[in-house]
Design a protein around this ligand. Sequence first.
Ligand code: NAP
Length: 209
Amino acid sequence: MGKLRTKRIGVMGGTFDPIHTGHLVAAEEARIQFQLDQVLFMPSGYPPHKEERNNLAAEDRYVMAVIATADNSDFKVSKMEIERPGPSYTIDTIEQLHGEYGKNTQIFFITGADAILEILTWKEPEKVLREAVFIAATRPGYDLAKLEQALPKVEKTSQAQDPQIIVMEIPALAISSTDIRIRIKESRPIRYLVPDGVCEFIEKNGFYR
Ligand code: NAP
C-alpha cells in the first residue's frame, strides 16, 4: 500500500470582529497556494496581548464566521478557542488540533502580518514555530522589511521547503475590521465589504453602532 499523504490543514486565526471579504479572499488564496485540504476559521476567545476586550462577544463573532463560510465546503469554523478557558494561546490550539487530526497533519496557521510580527513574544515561540508553518497575510502597502528584520527565515514564496513564516500579499485586505466598525458608527455602507448574510446579521442586532 502507498504511503498516506500528509493532511494539510489551514487555520485562520483572528478575532474576526467582524469577519469580512478580505479574510475570505486570504483563506481561499492560501487554500490554493498551499494545497490545503481544508481551512478552519478559528475565532479567538480571549486573545492574549489585548488590554481592551473585543467589541463583540466570542459567540457573535463565531456566528458571523459561520454565516460567512456557510456556502464553501472547504471552509469550516472551529469553536476550539472560544470554548477553551483562559487566553487563546496558539501553541495550545496547534497541539489540540494535532491531537484531533493526528501528528501526521501539517498545520498552516494564517493570520495578519502585524500579529505574526509579534510571534517571538507568544507563548513558547520556538515550539510554535516548529509545530506549524505560519502564513503572514499582508495588506497593500505593507512594509515587508519590518517582518524580515524582526523574524528569522521569512520567505516570500510558497516553494521553499523549510520556512516557518511565509508572506502572502492579499490586495483584498485593503478591507479591515476596524474600518468596517468605523463605517457602521458613521452610518456609511459596508455592503460588499462583508458577505450579505453577515451584513444582515450585524444590522439585525445593531452591532457596532
Ligand atoms: P487581530 O487583532 O484580529 O488582528 C491583528 C491584525 O491582523 C489586524 O490588522 C487584522 O486585520 C489582521 N488579521 C487578523 N486575522 C487575520 C487573518 N486570519 N487573515 C488576515 N488578516 C488578519 O488578531 P490578534 O489578536 O493580533 O491575533 C491574531 C492571531 O494570533 C489569533 O489567532 C491569536 O490567537 C494569535 N495570537 C497568539 C498569541 C499567543 O499565542 N501568545 C499572541 C497574540 C496573537 P482585521 O482586523 O481586518 O482582521
